[in-house]
Design a protein around this ligand. Structure first.
Ligand SMILES: [Zn+2]
Length: 240
């Protein structure tokens, strides 16, 4: 039964992603995880080297793609636009990606899992504080402990979604207006979690459903996962 349900939802997701291919939008939210040398990759689907990351940024810039912050998301813009986001927040994002983003003055967002702060290889309190003072950076939440929300009771779902916001707001002394669901596909985002993200006061919530910015999906906003193997394809897709 569980299997059947998952197969059904996966098909539904595929259907939705097919539909999104027909959405006319020239805006894409890009999702990154780890920016690190090949030797330290934990999963090839979620890692890329700093060199490739910089080449992607330069390539997009050369094709006159605009980089904007999440506050400027609007599916009807006539400009080709990308929004850079990172999930989980490995310390290598701070040490390898942040200097590149700063060098080219590119706005970006980090979706921080509150319980990961100061854990091995993850963002430290000091890094978070530096990013919260960086005008290019928007701090968002990625739940409290990165649990699969579809396996959480309602009370736990709310705790994951709301307490992460409170903790990050306390640590950064800034309003946290955006969140990203862990894992982020339709199997992992119960409708109750979507309702809770609204209720908790977020302006927008991000999924990993692949597609362009879509105004009708503000609480399940599609994103494109970028890694070492697909970044050239992503570059073409976003600059068409
Ligand atoms: Zn994550």
């Amino acid at each position: 039964m569980w299997r059947m349900k998952n197969v059904y939802k996966t098909k539904l997701q595929r259907k939705m992603e097919d539909k999104l291919k027909n959405v006319k939008s020239n805006q894409f939210v890009l999702m990154f995880h780890s920016i690190s040398p090949k030797e330290t990759w934990y999963n090839r689907d979620y890692c890329m080297t700093a060199e490739s990351f910089e080449n992607l940024i330069l390539g997009l810039g050369n094709k006159e793609v605009t980089f904007a912050s999440l506050d400027d998301i609007c599916a009807k813009s006539k400009w080709k636009t990308v929004f850079i986001t990172f999930d989980d927040i490995f310390s290598d994002v701070f040490s390898n990606a942040y200097p590149i983003l700063k060098k080219y003055k590119i706005p970006f967002a980090v979706f921080v899992t509150a319980d990961f702060i100061d854990k091995h290889n993850m963002i430290s309190g000091e890094m978070l504080s530096a990013l919260s003072n960086e005008r290019l950076c928007t701090i968002g939440a990625h739940t409290l402990s990165h649990r699969n929300l579809s396996e959480c009771r309602l009370r736990e779902q709310f705790r994951e979604i709301y307490q992460s916001k409170c903790i990050l707001e306390y640590l950064t002394k800034k309003k946290v207006a955006y969140c990203a669901y862990p894992y982020g596909n339709m199997v992992h985002i119960p409708l109750t979690a979507v309702a809770m993200a609204r209720f908790a006061g977020y302006k927008m919530a991000f999924s990993t459903i692949a597609g362009p910015v879509c105004n009708g999906m503000r609480f399940m906003m599609p994103r494109i996962n970028v890694n070492e193997h697909n970044w050239k394809h992503v570059l073409n897709k976003c600059s068409r």
